[in-house]
Write a protein that binds this ligand. Structure first.
Ligand code: MG
Length: 281
């Protein structure tokens, strides 16, 4: 199999058929599928979707969990609504994650991923231990389904995430590394973080952000290669560290035209960078 195959990441709770078509339209081989709504988990809709995927020529490498009620509008909302931090939302979201794991198994997908919410930097905090328990439960469920449970990076430092995974202590917990998230949440330099987490990384997001300048005050998500991640050194470092998994382009912009344009742009850039790696050996 091709090393570092290119892929796309799609929205959670969207139409899965449209998601697979997006991967076909931009001409990639793999994708991370944002989990569709519950109705696709079983029955006729599942069968139809499974056939569609099989005929598409696209390999789904991971299914991303997302939950009703998550709000990514600002850091405060993310802290309160994303993942498993809020005890009131925890039980129902764990159940939903089990359901997504079953859905992935029916599709033959070996990994499910989630933003579990900011892991506290202080491991003596009560919440740190509560989140450990959540991840153990989900990891055990995934193990029974022959899957990895994958944590997306960025909402905490790489050091905290590595310590968290060690404390969880399950063999099937892995990382999906998103360099743009590291910058967005001020969680440290993504290239340095790669080294700390490489033993766990089975997926990466090729996503980019432009950091604030004098002209502009907000952090802005941009096409991969046009922000502050440093696409070239990111791919080069992954290669040096022996990473062979997919390079999944993530472009979170609501205008589908812009999204397609930027994914194609990102894909061309990654192809170029991969070519340079091959010739520099
Ligand atoms: Mg991401």
């Amino acid at each position: 199999m091709d090393e570092m195959p290119i892929g796309v990441m799609t929205w959670v709770l969207g139409d899965p058929f449209t998601a697979v078509k997006l991967a076909q339209d931009v001409g990639v081989e793999t994708m991370q599928l944002g989990c569709p709504r519950e109705e696709y988990s079983t029955g006729e809709k599942l069968r139809e979707f499974k056939n569609f995927v099989e005929q598409s020529g696209i390999r789904i490498t991971m299914i991303f969990c997302g939950y009703e009620g998550e709000n990514y509008a600002d850091v405060k909302s993310i802290r309160e609504t994303v993942g498993f931090r809020n005890p009131k939302l925890r039980t129902v979201r764990i159940e939903r994650t089990f359901q997504i794991s079953d859905f992935a198994k029916r599709l033959g997908v070996k990994a499910i991923a989630a933003h579990i919410g900011f892991v506290p930097e202080d491991s003596s905090e009560h919440l740190f231990n509560e989140m450990i328990e959540v991840v153990r439960k989900i990891a055990d469920y995934c193990a029974r389904n022959g899957q990895y449970f994958v944590l997306e990076t960025g909402q905490e430092s790489a050091r905290t995430l590595a310590r968290f995974i060690e404390t969880v202590g399950k063999d099937n917990v892995r990382v999906n590394f998103d360099p743009a998230n590291m910058l967005y949440y001020g969680s440290g330099d993504p290239i340095e973080a790669l080294e700390l987490l490489i033993q766990y990384i089975i997926g990466v997001h090729c996503k980019d952000v432009k950091m604030p300048s004098e002209k502009q005050r907000e952090i802005e998500e941009v096409s991969f290669g046009e922000g502050n991640v440093g696409a070239e050194r990111f791919i080069r470092r992954l290669n040096e560290l022996g990473y062979k998994g997919p390079l999944t382009i993530e472009r979170e912009v609501t205008d589908p035209q812009v999204q397609i344009r930027d994914i194609i742009k990102g894909k061309k850039l990654i192809e170029e960078l991969k070519k340079n790696l091959a010739t520099s050996h």
